[in-house]
Write a protein that binds this ligand. Structure first.
Ligand SMILES: [Zn+2]
Length: 236
């Protein structure tokens, strides 16, 4: 299946890839901009994490440094909050926003957030679907078995489902981040508030773009299935 050589692929998926690149570029630009602005509490990312975890009573969460740029994440299985080189020792508004966002995930976990539970719950399904989906799809197409092709599409459609569920989880973590920073008086000025919000909004757009990309991939495979069907229906 020569996907990359198919003009229709680029026609359908191309715009989504472009939107993803723009969202990532915007995220990096916003992070760089506010990464140069020191936060007025003069705290590094790891100190901000410690202060928020303490203020919102999450002693079960441990903080560690990890390699990479903006690879910050929270692992609900191990209660470990990992901070990247972009945030862990940085005293910027950008680092403060990203760290607070990750603490937002820790709080979702601590409060047993339904959205987060749903997202974690469908992870095995998504793994299964995205590995098996393409194989089932190709098998269906090659053998001219329509229903098998559609099962293949449904299977890797789970990647879109995951991206769709991820979006509210991420937006909620960012809202929690802003709320926690406000309550601990870490946003000293209107400018700082605007900066933190800008970083979190730019990050949210990368998740919107990821969801669109997953959706357009599904559209493309639907179009392939329909073309395959039309060929199958033709006069013999
Ligand atoms: Zn997040």
């Amino acid at each position: 299946m020569p996907i990359q050589g198919d003009p229709l692929y680029w026609l359908i998926v191309g715009p989504a890839i472009l939107i993803m690149l723009i969202a990532q570029w915007r995220m990096q630009a916003t992070f760089r901009k506010w990464g140069d602005v020191p936060n007025s509490v003069d705290l590094e990312g790891n100190q901000i994490a410690a202060r928020l975890l303490n203020a919102f009573n999450m002693p079960e969460v441990t903080v560690q440094g990890i390699r990479g740029e903006l690879t910050d994440n929270y692992n609900p299985m191990s209660n470990v909050l990992s901070l990247s080189q972009s945030t862990v020792r940085e005293e910027s508004v950008a680092a403060m926003a990203v760290v607070a966002h990750e603490v937002g995930h820790a709080q979702q976990d601590a409060q047993n957030s339904l959205l987060m539970r749903i997202r974690s719950g469908i992870v095995p399904l998504v793994h299964f679907g995205s590995q098996l989906g393409p194989l089932v799809f190709i098998a269906g197409l090659a053998a001219g078995i329509g229903w098998l092709t559609w099962i293949g599409i449904a299977l890797f459609g789970t990647a879109f489902l995951f991206a769709l569920v991820t979006l509210p989880v991420e937006i909620n973590a960012s809202n929690r981040a802003m709320e926690m920073l406000e309550q601990t008086n870490m946003l000293a000025s209107q400018r700082e508030r605007r900066g933190a919000r800008a970083v979190l909004t730019a990050a949210a757009w990368t998740y919107v773009a990821g969801m669109l990309n997953a959706l357009f991939q599904v559209f493309y495979f639907i179009s392939l299935a329909l073309r395959g069907q039309r060929r199958g229906d033709g006069p013999n």
